[in-house]
Design a protein around this ligand. Structure first.
Ligand code: PLP
Length: 397
């Protein structure tokens, strides 16, 4: 008998190496073989380390989670963050893993579109009551809290109007009433703000965006301060199969190595581009949190310091025709409904994220046909300035 490995007999032993790989290995295995029932029992019981079945957890997800934990400075006692198959899976697990019928959850009124849909349409089917309030107005937000409010969900900087939530006041009201505060930190990133330091109980990310940074992996992240809350979120995510792919986790980890460099460069570009756009003819207004003309400028500076972030919005004169002309005249800037890519992307909320909203509600937010959101990338700033100047001139001449 030959002792050569065959394609049918598993496993072929992993070749020994006296050295270790510098790059993170990918572990795509769905299932793990344990030595005996006692060990498997102990693994399920949590007293022996390692993995059993990939839906329950796998090394690439845990390595990625540990890196985001470090960025977010997750409290030592909290336990590791959880990677999910998308940002929306993380939002859903945080809400549905914790809330029960009869609870009320209060959200910011300008949450990410699918988070709003989850709040407005889906949670109600499970008997979870929801409300929305303006998180930049502490008094209005407090007035919307009910005796059965169990959780608050906000984003620090809103999409696409870049309004800055009164995080200090909201965290204080949540703490005083024993309400869990969940912060979707996708826009601001841990480079802009570490939400646990500001009183968050749960921190959520769409890793798909600037953390992974290359528009090639769809993933989410959620961490909770209280290990019991973490456990509830984890169990819901595993039961409902929100599992991330090992390959996507590996790609995201690879992207994450350069996150701080990319973020700093994109943010510096965004601040310069905002000032440049504000000086162009045909531009009605520019929204960027650290600019003195931003409606929440003082709060932005108090909360974020000089970190205005990589997102800005602007409004040009003219309607849909001008908007079409602008994207047509800026072929080097991708017109794409995402954010956080390595390159600059442009989105038009009236035809995409906010198209389902009634026109009156949209206009009340200032989202006209001439309103664009820019996710600024790491390109050469002079090239970016020239591309925007040319396109805006063509669109508004
Ligand atoms: C994109 C996004 C999400 C959803 O993330 P996916 O990875 O696309 O599911 C949630 N919140 C915010 C703020 C986002 O920008």
């Amino acid at each position: 008998m030959s002792d050569r490995p065959t394609s049918l007999m598993r496993p072929v032993p992993w070749p020994d190496s006296a050295s270790r790989p510098l790059g993170t290995p990918i572990q795509p295995s769905v299932v793990y073989a344990s030595p005996d029932p006692d060990t498997l029992d102990a693994q399920y019981g949590g007293t022996a380390p390692g993995y059993t079945y990939a839906r329950e957890g796998h090394p690439n997800a845990d390595v990625l989670a540990a890196r985001i934990d470090a960025l977010e400075e997750v409290p030592e006692t909290a336990g590791r963050g959880l990677i999910t198959g998308s940002g929306m899976a993380a939002v859903t697990a945080a809400l549905m893993g914790v809330l029960r019928a009869g609870d009320h959850v209060l959200g910011g009124d300008q949450l990410y579109g699918r988070s709003l849909r989850l709040m407005n349409q889906d949670l109600a089917r499970f008997g979870i009551a929801t409300g929305l309030a303006d998180p930049t107005d502490a008094a209005a937000f407090e007035a919307a809290i009910r005796p059965e409010t169990r959780m608050i969900l906000i984003e620090v900087v809103s999409n696409p109007t870049l309004r800055v939530a009164d995080l200090a006041a909201i965290a204080a009201m949540a703490r005083a009433r024993g309400i869990l505060l969940a912060v979707d930190n996708t826009f601001t990133t841990p480079r802009g703000i570490r939400a646990f330091e500001h009183g968050a109980d749960i921190v959520i990310h769409s890793v798909t965006k600037i953390l992974a940074g290359h528009s090639d992996a769809t993933l989410g992240y959620v961490a909770a301060r209280d290990p019991e809350v973490r456990r509830a979120i984890y169990d819901f995510a595993v039961t409902t199969g929100m599992t991330p792919s090992p390959f996507d986790c590996w790609l995201a980890e690879r992207g994450l190595y350069s996150f701080e460099l990319r973020y700093d460069r994109a943010e510096a570009n965004a601040a310069m581009l905002a000032d440049h756009l504000a000086g162009l003819q045909g531009v009605r207004r520019v929204l960027y949190p650290t600019r003195p003309d931003h409606p929440d400028h003082n709060r932005a500076v108090a909360l974020l310091g000089a970190r205005g972030g990589h997102m800005l919005s602007f409004e040009i004169e003219g309607g849909r025709a001008a908007a079409n002309a602008l994207t047509g005249a800026a072929p080097r800037i991708a017109f794409a409904p995402t954010l956080g890519d390595i390159g600059t992307t442009l989105s038009h909320p009236a035809s995409s994220s906010h198209r389902g909203m009634g026109e009156d509600a949209r206009l009340a937010l200032g989202i006209t046909e001439g309103f664009f959101r820019v996710s600024v990338g790491v390109e050469d700033i002079d090239t970016l300035k020239a591309e925007f100047a040319k396109a805006i001139e063509a669109a508004t001449a």
